[in-house]
Write a protein that binds this ligand. Sequence first.
Ligand code: AMP
Ligand code: TRP
Length: 333
Amino acid sequence: MSKKIFSGVQPTGNLHLGNYLGAIKNFVELNNKKENECIFCVVDLHAITVKQDPKELKKNIRETTATFIASGIDPKKSIIFNQSMVPAHSECAWILSCVSRIGWLNRMTQFKEKAGKDKEKASIGLYSYPVLMAADILLYDATHVPVGDDQKQHLELCRDIAQKFNNDFDSPNFLKTPEPLIQKEFSRIMSLKDGLKKMSKSDPSDLSRINLTDNKEQIINKIKKAKTDPMPMPSDQKNLSERPEAENLLGIYSSLVNQNLEKSINDFSGKNFSEFKDKLSDILVNEIEPVSKEIERLLNDQKYLDDILLEGSIKADKIASKKIKNIKQLIGF
Ligand code: AMP
Ligand code: TRP
């Protein structure tokens, strides 16, 4: 069955192995299925929910675009564009914010994590971030949304918003409720320095993540320095959750070689971490180095990247402006 796919990635720099295994690799597979219609968005309006340096933001928009293409998304087959070029996203977000309930947003764990202790000082945009995300998805009648595990709650909210809008305006099935596409295994890649913390763009330690722009030496060095524990490699899944770093590295390995965790555990059972790390580095370098080289090459051709975004936004705008027109009609504008 053909799917309408929509997903977004924030242009906030340091795209890493978690983004790649949790989301982008899945985008590429979906892009490669002939019957799917895919739209991949560089969500720059989401990026400014926390303060961004304008020059850096511009650079990161191009870098995220380059990462999509370098990872294997074909801009001739899928639409790649940046959110701020299509005005319907902001318009729709406002309208949906009048449908969404404060109680729903108060439950969002990502806001609680990102706002930290001083919620009063967080931007209103950071709080209403999931409403903008719902607008992104609903404007395109997306049927499936590939994301990492951390976005599951936002997608449930998107479904609630769609249903309430349809009820409020007596228009069953007008906004389509999308299905999340979340990898069954290894959907949350953890920090290389702390197996209980998500691998993240904003971790102050660069050693905590493999960036998609890292070269061979950097990758090898980061895996060498990745935290482990003093025991030999595990021989079964029992109590593995008590060894989060081992579990995470084995998860990364399994995801890269496309095999289940049990098989990976068997392959390295009782061995030293150093032997496993050598193998993991090899595989990572094989997968990531070509991507990082291609990103570098593409970043030297700014015009090519800007043209992709411009063409993509013209195509996206055609779809989104039609939907927002119908939305406005329904609400009586
Ligand atoms: P972001 O960088 O927050 O825009 O995230 C882009 C995509 O990567 C989203 O689908 C996230 O769910 C996914 N993602 C981000 N961090 C991780 C991680 N540590 N593990 C798995 N997926 C992730
Ligand atoms: N919130 C997502 C993240 O941080 C990014 C995003 C914005 C998104 N709009 C979206 C993902 C629409 C999927 C669909 O990862």
